[in-house]
Design a protein around this ligand. Structure first.
Ligand SMILES: Nc1ncnc2c1ncn2[C@@H]1O[C@H](COP(=O)(O)OP(=O)(O)O)[C@@H](O)[C@H]1O
Ligand SMILES: [Mg+2]
Length: 363
């Protein structure tokens, strides 16, 4: 069939605050990006940010518009990668004895239910063997991914409405990680902490070549900074978003911008609450790392690599580098592709790039 032979790969990332679309051509084992678009949801003047995630009714027209702008017809896409993000999903590494496939599947299912707290509805489990256990002969390292049927069906429903044929459906933390490990070696010794700092939550991943994979969702991300600005300035979501992107996540220079409107007492209160969400983020990351170090005996994190829209913030990178005394890198996923998409916020596309790389047809 014509579509199956097409070398077009599409990564679609429907996030909590923005939709990201990456269109690439596959040539051998290289990918050339031919389009990368990001569109914010909730841009109308008085629109509120929906903490429960965007509704199908607002997602579908926006995605269709993005496909139009990219010059791609959804119906013709034969190789799509898309992902689930948000609640009711988890990824975890377990170490288990090697066994035949069917036994492995049932053992993993049992393990997954034991380790991964979900919403009580039917769970979907997938797994991948990632190698031998360097510590115990006969044992394998297995990465399991689990979500609920309800989450999965809701995603398929959106794809159906877009007239997109489902391809690979990943979980967001793994898709953004994939944009890195597809072309970068992990360190032989030690671990990297990846942070996908989106709007609603931050996916924290700790990954090394030999050490245990660890993943946790942190409740502090881009929205926390926006909400802080909204409270401090008593302004709308869209105004706070604009201020944040222009002035930095702590909007620390806001006094000079709004001095005449805000008055002295507000300026004083701004100085007091400046660092609250950043410190909250530090505490959450630190707690996860300490837990990981305790569980694994690892000596610590070698560096941070940041994905997601908030990774564009130099303030965030500088703050983490200073607090943890390790290098912090905001990742440009397009460095592993040919072509230059000239986007304003490269790390925001990590998930969509990871998905475009994984996109293949399932018929
Ligand atoms: N230049 C910027 N500086 C700081 N934060 C930014 C910038 N650009 C976008 N963001 C923030 O990034 C977040 C969106 O990132 P994204 O990874 O697309 O999130 P999601 O996948 O949850 O929709 C929003 O909170 C937005 O305010
Ligand atoms: Mg996201």
């Amino acid at each position: 069939m014509f579509g199956l032979k097409s070398n077009l790969r599409v990564g679609l990332d429907i996030g909590s605050s923005a939709i990201k679309l990456v269109v690439a051509e596959k040539h051998g084992d290289r990918h050339k990006v031919i389009g990368a678009l990001a569109r914010d949801l909730y841009t109308a003047a008085n629109e509120k940010y929906d903490l429960d995630g965007p509704k199908k009714g607002s997602v579908v027209p926006l995605v269709l518009d993005m496909f139009r702008e990219a010059g791609v017809k959804p119906k013709r896409v034969a190789h799509l990668g898309s992902c689930l993000s948000g609640l009711n999903m988890a990824t975890k590494e377990i170490r288990t004895l090697n066994m035949p496939d069917d036994e492995m599947a049932s053992a993993i299912n049992q393990e997954a239910r034991k380790h991964l707290p979900l919403d009580g509805s039917e769970s979907l489990v997938d797994y991948q063997v990632i190698g031998d256990d360097p510590r115990e002969v006969d044992k394998l390292r297995v990465l399991i991914a689990v979500t609920t049927k309800r989450m999965f069906d809701a995603h398929l429903d959106v794809l159906r409405e877009l007239e997109l044929k489902p391809g690979v459906v990943d979980l967001e933390p793994l898709s953004c990680l994939n944009s890195y490990i597809a072309r970068h070696e992990l360190p032989d010794e030690g671990v990297i902490c990846f942070l996908n700092v989106g709007a609603r939550r931050t996916n924290l991943l700790i990954v090394g070549r030999k050490d245990m994979y660890f993943s946790r969702d942190l409740p502090v991300a881009g929205w926390s900074f926006t909400e802080d600005i909204m409270t401090r300035l008593n302004c709308t979501y869209s105004d706070a978003e604009e201020i944040k992107r222009r002035q930095g996540i702590t909007a620390k220079d806001i006094k000079t911008v709004d001095a005449s409107a805000s008055g002295g007492s507000l300026a004083a209160s701004l100085a007091l609450s400046d660092k609250a969400p950043l410190e909250k983020m530090y505490d959450e990351i630190n707690r996860s790392i300490r837990y990981y170090v305790k569980e694994t005996g690892q000596s610590g994190i070698m560096k941070f690599i940041l994905f997601g829209g908030s990774a564009a913030s130099q303030d965030l990178c500088d703050y983490l580098a200073q607090r943890f005394s390790v290098p912090v890198e905001s990742y440009d996923p397009f460095e592993i592709m040919d072509g230059n998409p000239s986007v304003s916020n490269p790390p925001q596309f990590a998930t969509a790039v990871g998905l475009a790389l994984r996109a293949h047809a399932i018929y």
